[in-house]
Design a protein around this ligand. Sequence first.
Ligand SMILES: O=P(O)(O)OP(=O)(O)OP(=O)(O)OC[C@H]1O[C@@H](n2cnc3c(O)ncnc32)[C@H](O)[C@@H]1O
Ligand SMILES: [Mg+2]
Length: 202
Amino acid sequence: MNASNTLVLASGNAGKLREFNQLLSPLGLDVRPQAEFGVHDVEETGLTFVENALLKAREASRVSGLPALADDSGLEVDALHGAPGIYSARYAGEPKSDERNNEKLLAALSECAEGQRTGRYWCVLVYLRHAEDPVPVIVQRSWEGEILAHPRGEGGFGYDPLFWLPDQGMSVAELQSETKNRLSHRGRALHALVDILKVAHG
Ligand SMILES: O=P(O)(O)OP(=O)(O)OP(=O)(O)OC[C@H]1O[C@@H](n2cnc3c(O)ncnc32)[C@H](O)[C@@H]1O
Ligand SMILES: [Mg+2]
């Protein structure tokens, strides 16, 4: 990390920012949302999570002058040939709406039998020391689950009320936030990233 352990979080998603703060504040890192620096959302024109995460991190670092951490994530559903995938945030169009995205997902799977509703969350994290960093740190993690036929639970964000964890016997929206952070695609990716940064930068 840099001398002051300050970094900018290249995200405008309130649910992600909450989870990053829960995960990173115990590490003594000063994590600032990109909105503090007037960073606007970039167009996510990549065809992969990693390309989009790079675009977001580069812009946030360029505008803030700080190291940047970006997350590009989404839900891959087998019966939908990987959709909504990199388009998860805008699955039901603009403006982004978790509620409409969930309704569209339920409709798309209305004919899909239990047992065939498998999928996974993906999270790709990119850390850049500066906007032109030629050696980004990149970590990708997934989290397996099944898509419910009806929403359950109030916690989390995005597709969490529809994402069922057979091992837990709960949807992600029914988990305690600490449990989600320990098990999730994002939580595990972040721990791996922090381990890499500790080795690289002390
Ligand atoms: O790009 P930023 O500003 O970070 O915010 P965003 O919401 O647009 O984020 P993405 O482009 O990475 O899209 C990710 C979408 O995938 C879904 N998603 C990712 N992680 C999730 C999680 O932990 N729980 C539920 N849904 C998640 C959710 O719909 C997100 O909006
Ligand atoms: Mg986005």
